[in-house]
Design a protein. Structure first.
Length: 369
């Protein structure tokens, strides 16, 4: 058994200590034969659980038109995750029709296959994000979950039709997709036409997505809920998570319904959304959010928590639970999220806003000064 001594150990559940005892990759109670490792002036936290890690594409395509083989991109993603303190990542793979290759069903299948053969230093599970405006995306979801059930950790449904969710109007939707996918007006018109033609089938597709998740024992999440009614639909479908609700009414309803409410670390760090979304800080202050995720930038996690604590949003200890205990609980991972006996020894050593050490199941995978 090894005992790690640090300036402070955030055990979880609002308690702390200065020592952490680990045996065979699991946190244990103190024993008299400890091998003591003094880590100095660092703080130890539970490993971060990131439910919406949507940054793989920038490692696959570091410049438009330049591709990196998927195993190398996954390695780079995992390295970035380690530097952010993430020991469990739900890697986003979107399933959308008529879109860029990295948001297709074929790409999601390739990621699932690559994860089976690419050793990574952290626990990476796939978060399948499913567009609800086309039957083909749900067909693909069924095939993907059936083919790799152990690697799919989360399923969410999304509707990016203008006037719903994160795009309240067509002008904003056009600006976003013109920049995101480099589409011209004719291509945008064709995509919008497909969205609208598929609108009548959205409720039925959501039901099918929920049924796939339920049958596979995978947590279901709703994306960009824009009203209390949308959250009520999610709860009826059995969703356990509401990602990035776009109104305070939706966030409050989700909290009352017992859903995990997810906000983004970049939003938290900046003090507001880069777009028209609500403030992550305001949602946390109101008690209408309990999970913080990296979204599109892993490096925002720890600085975001520190910035929010400095701004008086909540004590740092409470904010730590938004990236550890809460996301583990809402994704059904009861073996991690705290540093109490019986939990996996997924541990992050920090000094200020800098991650200086990471252990996954007791094995050190990152060490830096």
């Amino acid at each position: 058994m090894t005992t790690y001594r640090a300036a402070r150990v955030h055990l979880g559940a609002g308690t702390d200590d200065t020592v952490l005892h680990v045996r065979d990759g699991v946190v244990v109670a103190s024993q008299p034969d400890d091998d003591v490792v003094d880590l100095g002036d660092v703080e130890l936290l539970p490993g971060f659980v990131d439910v919406h890690a949507d940054s793989l594409a920038r490692f696959e395509q570091p410049r438009p038109g330049v591709g990196v083989p998927l195993p190398h991109a996954l390695d780079a993603f995992a390295a970035d995750a380690l530097l952010a303190g993430v020991t469990t990542a739900f890697l986003c793979c979107s399933i959308e029709p008529d879109t860029v290759p990295t948001r297709s069903a074929e790409h999601a299948a390739a990621v699932l296959d690559a994860l089976a053969t690419t050793p990574l230093p952290i626990d990476v599970r796939v978060h399948l994000r499913v567009d609800v405006t086309d039957d083909g995306t749900v067909d693909a979801l069924e095939r993907l979950v059936a083919g790799a059930p152990a690697r799919v950790g989360l399923v969410s449904y999304m509707d990016h039709t203008p006037g719903r969710g994160q795009y309240p109007d067509e002008a904003g939707w056009r600006r976003a997709y013109r920049a995101l996918d480099r589409l011209g007006d004719d291509e945008l018109d064709a995509r919008l036409d497909r969205f609208r033609r598929g609108a009548a089938g959205v409720p039925g597709r959501r039901e099918r997505i929920a049924a796939v998740a339920r049958a596979a024992g995978v947590v279901l999440a709703a994306h960009d809920d824009d009203s209390a009614e949308a959250v009520q639909t999610a709860a009826r479908l059995g969703a356990g998570i509401s990602e990035f609700p776009v109104t305070s009414d939706a966030a409050e309803t989700a909290t009352t319904a017992g859903l995990g409410v997810v906000v983004g670390a970049p939003n938290l760090w900046r003090g507001g959304s880069h777009g028209s979304g609500p403030s992550a800080r305001s949602a946390l202050v109101a008690g209408h959010a309990d999970v913080v995720t990296s979204d599109y930038h892993l490096g925002s996690l720890l600085p975001g928590l520190r910035a929010a604590a400095a701004a008086g949003v909540a004590p740092f200890d409470d904010l730590v639970r938004t990236v550890t205990t809460a996301p583990a609980r809402h994704t059904g991972l009861d073996d991690r999220g705290s540093l109490t006996p019986g939990h996996r020894a997924d541990v992050v050593a920090i000094r200020g806003e800098r991650v200086v050490g990471v252990w996954v199941a007791g094995q050190q995978v990152l060490a830096r000064t």
